[in-house]
Design a protein around this ligand. Sequence first.
Ligand SMILES: NC(=O)C1=CN([C@@H]2O[C@H](COP(=O)(O)OP(=O)(O)OC[C@H]3O[C@@H](n4cnc5c(N)ncnc54)[C@H](O)[C@@H]3O)[C@@H](O)[C@H]2O)C=CC1
Ligand code: BAL
Length: 510
Amino acid sequence: MDQTARITIPATGQIVEIPTGLFINNEFVSSVDSQERIQVVNPATEDIICSVVAGSEKDIDAAVAAARAAFSTTWGKNVTGFERSRLLNKLADLIERDSQVLAEIESLNNGKPVRIARDFDIGDSIQCLRYYAGWADKIVGQTIEVNNKTKIAFTRHEPIGVCGQIIPWNYPINMWAWKVAPALACGCTIVMKPSELTPLTALVLSKLIAEAGFPPGVVNTIPSLGPVGGAALSRHMDVDKVAFTGSTTTGRKIMEAAAKSNLKKACHTREVSLELGGKSPHIIFESADLDQAANWACLGILYNTGQDCTAGSRLYVQDTIYDKFLHLLVEKAKQLVIGDGFDEKSGGGPVVSKAQYDKVWSYIESGKSQGAELVLGGKKRPGKGYFVDPTIFTNVTRDMRIVQDEIFGPVLSVGRFKTEQEAIALANDTSYGLGAGLHSADASQCMRVSSALEAGTVWVNQYNILGNNVPFGGKKQSGIGRELGSYALEEYTEVKAVHWNFGEQAEWPL
Ligand SMILES: NC(=O)C1=CN([C@@H]2O[C@H](COP(=O)(O)OP(=O)(O)OC[C@H]3O[C@@H](n4cnc5c(N)ncnc54)[C@H](O)[C@@H]3O)[C@@H](O)[C@H]2O)C=CC1
Ligand code: BAL
């Protein structure tokens, strides 16, 4: 069966070919046993873009077998760091070559503006691949002196093996790069399961994997429903590690499946890395540059239409500047154009799916019914598309669902505080611990508060800015392990200690 869809890009009329099969051993193939297909929807129009094969458990088995064979022959310990680096750089170059069309496909499938997909998501992904290309030949262990005359020990940082990687729909290309780049740099092989909502760019990137020259089986891609392919990967006896980004609920299931199968050494964080949800606090102190702080607050909650694990969805503003700041914030939030991703004016797109749209609206309704005051948004748009306008609530209390739960939409709760201690207590009053931000002109206050905030990332006088060379991950129920930076290399390698005797005689019997 032809596993290619021909899709027309709305703005240009260009026809692009998108592979829709399973990518195993550098080829697109049909399922071994499933006739099911996943309908892929454009969230801006609600039209079906195309359908892709829905991979089954047997397909996951085939992909894992391909990844295992590659690990034992052409990849793993059989390839030099220099070669892994060369291939990662080649892949980055190919993505750069195709960045416009990749951005257009990302926008069609996810809804985000083409401009933002190209300049931020893809730009950052190219840099991520190049960053880990730089690491590939620098993964080294230690030499440990045991006895100068007779013994030495050394460590080797060996690739963990076959990695299942399960990624979400909010940054399909970027999350792909965050997972693939360090795994390949370390010598692991991959079975990638993209989100069933946004499988298209992972399939196009798979074509580039083959074009770059990675040996067959090094990266395999199985579009599949989460409870089918994702669950099969998590419990697979021949998968050495699972890396996941998504909801805390699914993260728990993955951890359980990993522990119940081959252990994937579930209590050993490097073999199950989870990047989960958040309800991140963002604090504005009275000494802050209010205009800048309002810009960052808008970016914090409205970037990617709020579909961001670190979205600064709880804003706390000091009493003395509250009214002034709220006015600034609302005026700035009104300036964002949420529209079709192919419209150059759009700074944000629709939310990704009908389910996400319904979820966001149920939270907006709960905010209204639980007594929060709506100061912006909160009205549905007529017409097609899963668009939600910036929505701001004030007069919020800790028992409200909009204050407690991750909404993953452009919905902000604004609270007020009098003292630094009160701000810290409000900020930490959550089971999550992914991101947190604060704005203040007082350096000592910045130091004190950034230390007190319970989060894996704290932003001072900015928000939501990440770096490929800076670790990222969560405390509390926001995750396990770290992505990015040199820390991610620990997630994909295992340390082997080698004890070497060059002079000591064994005494026997004891
Ligand atoms: N931390 C983050 O970046 C993300 C957080 N979320 C949160 O989760 C909420 C629900 O979104 P969903 O798409 O349902 O998230 P999800 O966590 O279920 O989906 C993320 C990935 O996990 C896979 N998955 C689903 N069930 C699985 C299972 N039993 N075993 C293994 N993999 C499985 C999905 O197919 C997808 O690839 C969102 O509203 C948002 O609050 C969603 C996506 C990303
Ligand atoms: N913004 C970092 C990754 C995420 O939202 O999932």
